[in-house]
Design a protein around this ligand. Sequence first.
Ligand code: EPU
Length: 337
Amino acid sequence: MKVENNKSLKEYNTFGINSTASEFVSITSEADLINAISIIHKRPIFILSGGSNMLLTKNLDAFVLHIKIKGITVIEESENSVLISVNAGENWHDFVQYCIKNNYGGLENLSLIPGYVGSAPIQNIGAYGVELKDTMISCEAINIATRKKHIFSNKDCKFGYRNSIFKNEVKGEYIITKVTFNLTKKEHTLTTSYGAIESALNDQGITKPTIKDISEAVIKIRKSKLPDPSKIGNSGSFFKNPVITKSHFTKLQKIYPNIPSYKIDDDHIKVPAGWLIEQSGFKGKRWGDAGVHEKQALVLVNYDNATGKEILDLSKKIISGIKEKFDILLETEVNII
Ligand code: EPU
């Protein structure tokens, strides 16, 4: 086990924040992982995956385990479907592209989401009408305290909107090592109802899209709205879209007739945080190197050398602005470390 000390994490988080790890180890196999956990005594452990959904606001006084366990295995195949397992350290988008190349359907709407496979179940990644929970069968994880393997079924994961058991009941207790999906080989279930996908396909005159067409449409939409983390540091949506009561929404609608909304149930409405932030005048604004993206207000960006604290301060400014204007309390989607 090669331990690096005072390692800069700038290259390991998509926000590009220059925090350090007091100890840093790359983990390339499950055996490595179990070995590392058993050797580390009395030191806090921090699990680092693709670093695409976190904001580092301090240096980490912890043993950082960077999970790089690779490998994709077809477990079972029939004429119509395939059961496929992928190890936690695979890049999510590369895995989606592997599936598209092999005509395995179900993940195409989740193209170009940054990060590694292992953290995908933690926040039940989702985009353009599809979530990980729609095709995930199970995931394997190592319990840090016992070093035993545990298999979580889809149901065990208690998936919700950007939420799972790994953010709640068992937070910090497990390290996900493998995720298994059930994907289609023919008669794919295509989700094209999301407005932007439909118009991207129409623009190209595609009426009977393949999963590759959908993946390409999603890539095009994401590239047009979301900043590329390799160019401008960011962690995608910084906040969750808030859910408010119907009566609250009705009041807002009287003042803002164009407020976009999605019905959750008879009493609850989800409103896009991006719209709230834009209406509050934050879109495209910049304070030093910390800013609000000019094309998608839900994304906070690090133009170059912003500290995590500067991004955090900007998020607090936005939270209080939205509270004051709309009486809505935004919650962060990104994990603040
Ligand atoms: N909007 C604005 N101004 C903005 C941004 C958005 O008015 O600056 C309005 C749009 O006009 C639209 C609505 O807000 O009416 C929704 O916008 P968009 O379709 O861009 O989606 P979103 O709700 O802002 C969510 C996810 C994204 C995901 C997209 C597409 C969350 C927190 N975010 O964003 O996920 O890609 O839908 O499905 O649910 C992520 O989680 O990191 C992420 C990028």
